[in-house]
Design a protein around this ligand. Sequence first.
Ligand code: HEC
Length: 191
Amino acid sequence: MKFSFLQKLGATLLIVVWVVWGSITVGNLLIPTEEPEVPAALKLVKTSPAPSAPAPSAPAPSAPATGTGGPSGDGTVLALLASADAGDGKKIFRKCKACHTADKGGAHKVGPNLWDVVGRAKAGAAGYRFSRVLAGLGGAWTFADLDAFLARPKTFAPGTKMTFRGVKKAADRAAVLLYLRSLSDSPKPLP
Ligand code: HEC
């Protein structure tokens, strides 16, 4: 059988695309497993959802980190979480999509990928260069801290490079928080 030049070229291109796609896929599968600590611990908690098992990593860092909080983190939003709708949050998240991806293993854009951000160490997205301000916050992203940050990024973290005005309405933030929480294989327990 004889193949024309074009057929050979076509086949070569197919193989190249296939190999590149394959390595990206494998790469994406590998990346999340690079930080097994927090997810693994939280998964243990998730599999035994009894209230008797408090998340070991969540409560400890939350309290001291809110110092710069300002207008929010006062619990209003936490109370709204129960009645908020992650579907609404997904719609509001369209604003965030200019800078953030939300899928597992998604690329970093202007801002870091937000898969599994709830409960993750602040500035903890692997492979993204955070501002010194965000990297210096310390602790994990609790619902309260995410609320305060999203209400007014520049107040919660003065000098952050997230040039976003914030989500003004508490109900909208609650919905976004629920949506962020859903971006996980094992969503964190609600506060
Ligand atoms: C104009 C671009 C832009 C928009 C719009 C934006 N962000 Fe960001 N976001 C960033 C950047 C840049 C950072 C990194 C900040 C830093 O390092 O100081 C960031 C950081 C974050 C972080 C911290 C991530 C981590 O791993 O610590 C969260 C959470 C976050 N953004 C959520 C949101 C949400 C939710 C929205 C929409 C309501 C949003 N952002 C809208 C650019 C943006």
